[in-house]
Each structure stands twice: as C-alpha cells, then as structure tokens.
Design a protein. Structure first.
Ligand code: ATP
Ligand code: MG
Length: 423
C-alpha cells in the first residue's frame, strides 16, 4: 500500500499561465494497467470513465493518454487551486500509482530551463534531475537534458547534487507537442480501475473491518454495493448513520455507491425464539448472508465481501467460517482473513474510515448475544434452525424491507495533499 498521504498546503490561487510558469495540470502514472496486453484498451476506457466521474462536479476536464503508462488531465482556464483539487481526487482513483501537479510548457529548451530552475526555488538539501523523452526527436538525449538542467539549478541556487536518494527530484518529460516540468508527487491508490473485475456486494457493519475489506476489493477492480443490517426497531438509527458516512467516504474510490439498509431486529428475535441459543450469532450471520445473496442476485453482483479475519472474534473460527460458507452458493471474499487487527486499523486510518467506525452505536449483532457463543458450530444444527425458520422465505421477506441510499462524496472538499512545482 502507498505511504500515508502527506498534508501539504495547496498552491496559491493564481492563474498558472500568468505566473509565467506554464499551465498547471495533472500527470498520472499508472501501474498494473500497463501490463494487461490486449485488454489494455478496455482498462484504459474504464479508468478514463472513472477519472471523469470522480471530478464531474469540478468542471469540464480534458484527458489524454500518453503511451500506456501516463495520463494527463487538463482544465484550461482553471486557477491553480482548482487544478490542485482535481489532483486530490486523482489520488483516490484506483489504478493510479502516482499523481503529480505539473507545469505544461513549450517544447523549447529555454522555456523548459526557465521553468525548471524556478520550480526549484527555496528548497533545503540535495537534488537530482530525471529527464525522459516520449518524443525521441527532441534535440538532446534524456541524460544531456538532465545534465543541462542540473548545472543551471546549481548555478542558480548552489544546491548539492545527489543522484541516489536526493531530498528533491525535478522531473522533465518531453512529449510530442509539449513538455512537463514537476517535482515530487503523491502516491495514488495503485490497484485496478473500479469495475474492471465485475460487481460485488459488501456486508457492511458499522465496525472497523468491513470498510477496509470494501476498499481492498474496490482496489482489485470490483465495483461494489453495500448492505447494512440495523437492529431496528429495537435499536436506534445510529448504526445506519455510521454505515452511511462510511459508504460516503468509500465512494471516493469508486463513485456511485449504493447502500441498502435492512432492519434486522425482528428476524433476530425470531431466531432467538426458535431456540438458536449458542448458535445465535452464527445463525444470524447465515441469515444475513442469505439475504445478501438474494440482493446480489437482483443487482447482478457475482460475490459477497465481508470483513472477517480468522480468529478475530468467536464467529470467525475456522469451523464457523465454514458454516457461514455453507449458507450461500455465491463466493464470499474475505480480503482481511490473514490480517491482524492493528494492521486493519492502520489501513482504516489511511482510507479515512477509522474515526467514523469508532463512533458509538448499538450493533445489531451484540443485541441478542448469548452468554456462551459456539466456536465450533455444526452445520447440521444450523441447517435445522434454517428449516425451522424457513430461512429462504425470511431472507426474501427481509429483502422487501430494504431501503436504498446513495451516499456521494461529490461536492465535498478534500484535504490538500498534492503540491505543484514552483508553488
Ligand atoms: P466489523 O468491524 O466489520 O464490524 P467485526 O470484527 O465486528 O467486523 P463481526 O461482527 O463478526 O466482526 O462481523 C464480521 C463481518 O460480518 C463484518 O465484517 C461484516 O462484513 C459482516 N457484518 C457483521 N455485522 C453486520 C451488519 N450489521 N450488517 C452487515 N454486515 C455485517
Ligand atoms: Mg461488527
């Protein structure tokens, strides 16, 4: 996973062209997408769509693919702050490995040199220049260009050059019609464009784990919907508010998320009256999964996703996980299965869900928890409970009580993380 994103103040709100530094735009480096051979065009189309969707409240953008590994996003006429806001969004688009705010300049050595030197003003420590030509007709080789710019920067400021692990790096990339000058960037999410791997349905509690599980699967190219079971009418609506806020936060990574909410309290009580006792928790989880499977069928989702981690709580022993799998035919993806709680919490902090998950609520699962929880549930016993209850019919009934919400992050300001060269 990328390192936590730094908090860096945004550039001044001034017109980039007016500052003489060239138009500010966003340059993105892609990762695995470049490896996908003949599927590459499909991946690119999906990624371009996702990029456009993630900034559709920020005005009209111009997007262009450069070779297989670079995308440029421009919004001519926008202020630097507006372009920086686009860059912030790009840091959350799956499939993007690096995000750079770059100066787009004429493909002319004097202009490139002038902007490069000015981009390196007021720094502390050593530096290096990395030059790259996507247009090999440029008069200098990449290393000649890097050497030339390096010596001009030394003349101007006297910074020491260090090619291995410099404190600052100046990048210059020369394209067919223009050149781009930029300094350090921000790590993106990596992974694959959301939607590339099909659809899934995430079982979303208000807890710490399920949002992290969702993020992991979106990152591997799933487009997901979310299903939350509240304890209503026996609990308050707090868990629904939490699920809503969590989905809104996760919407940054895929755009267009839907949250389905089902009141589960009465079904839990029916399970209790049917004498589930020590099996209450596992039987509840099986009923949730069955209901989720019925919803997945309606939505065209090909898998269910949960935040289970082996051994983390009593419902997550190997025997109980096997008993959960028995309840449905769809595959249940459990991306956190081998993770420690501390690792999951670190991840939750990075994706901005931890603080929401830690808000108090009344979890429907704890509402009717028996004094002793079965850690080695027998599938035969659970199937008997399902028969007594007519679990399939109950799942179908629960589905008819679902309410759908569309928590969207669009229109929200993001914290500033990406810095422009020369800003
Ligand atoms: P989390 O932190 O995600 O709540 P947990 O460690 O509390 O997980 P459990 O309560 O056993 O573990 O739940 C395991 C998984 O079951 C969750 O990650 C989630 O996918 C699903 N789940 C649990 N409760 C609910 C709920 N109320 N609504 C939807 N899914 C749920
Ligand atoms: Mg939970």
């Amino acid at each position: 996973m990328p390192a936590p994103l730094e908090s860096v103040p945004p550039p001044q709100d001034r017109d980039g062209a007016g500052s003489g530094l060239g138009e500010l735009c966003v340059l993105m480096k892609l990762g695995e997408i470049v490896l996908k051979g003949s599927n590459r065009k499909l991946f690119e189309r999906r990624l371009h769509n996702n990029i456009r969707n993630s900034v559709r409240d920020l005005g009209q953008i111009r997007l262009s693919q450069r070779g297989s590994g670079v995308i440029i996003v421009r919004r001519p006429g926008a202020s630097d702050v507006e372009v920086a806001r686009i860059a912030e969004r790009m840091a959350d688009v799956m499939g993007v490995v690096w995000v750079h705010l770059v100066r787009r300049v004429d493909k002319d050595l004097d202009t490139i040199t002038d902007v490069a030197v000015r981009s390196m003003a007021d720094l502390q420590g050593s530096f290096a220049v990395r030059a790259r030509r996507r247009d090999k007709r440029f008069a200098m080789t990449s290393s000649e260009l890097a050497g030339h710019l390096g010596s001009r920067i030394v003349e101007a400021y006297g910074y020491p050059v260090r090619l291995k692990r410099p404190d600052h790096t100046l990048y210059v990339e020369v394209d067919k019609d223009e050149a781009f000058v930029f300094t350090d960037g921000t790590p993106g999410q990596g992974g694959l464009p959301a939607g590339m791997s099909g659809r899934g349905l995430v079982l979303m509690s208000g807890g710490i784990d399920s949002p992290v599980a969702a993020h992991r699967m979106i990152r591997r190219g799933l487009k997901v919907d979310f299903l939350h079971f509240s304890g209503m009418p026996f609990t308050g609506p707090e868990s629904i508010y939490k699920a809503y806020s969590l989905v809104r936060q996760l919407d940054r990574f895929q755009v267009g998320s839907r949250l389905f909410v089902i009141p589960f309290g009465k079904a839990q009580q029916q399970l209790k009256s049917s004498g589930a006792e020590r099996l209450q928790i596992v039987a509840q989880r099986r009923l949730m999964l069955r209901t989720a499977e019925a919803l997945a069928d309606d939505l065209g989702a090909e898998c269910l996703v949960t935040g289970d981690a082996l051994g983390q709580v009593s419902s997550q022993t190997m025997a109980n996980i096997t008993a959960l799998d028995d309840a449905v035919d769809l595959p249940i993806l459990r991306p956190l299965i081998g993770m420690d709680k501390t690792e999951i919490m670190d991840q939750a902090r990075r994706i901005g869900t931890l603080a929401i998950s830690e808000l108090p609520d009344e979890d429907c699962c704890t509402m009717l928890t028996p004094r002793q929880v079965e850690t080695a549930a027998k599938i035969g016993d659970l199937r008997q409970i399902d028969r007594r209850l007519d679990a399939d019919e109950l799942a179908e009934h629960l589905l008819t009580t679902a309410q759908v919400h569309k928590p969207s992050f669009l229109g929200e300001a993001a914290p500033a993380r990406v810095r422009a060269a020369g800003a």
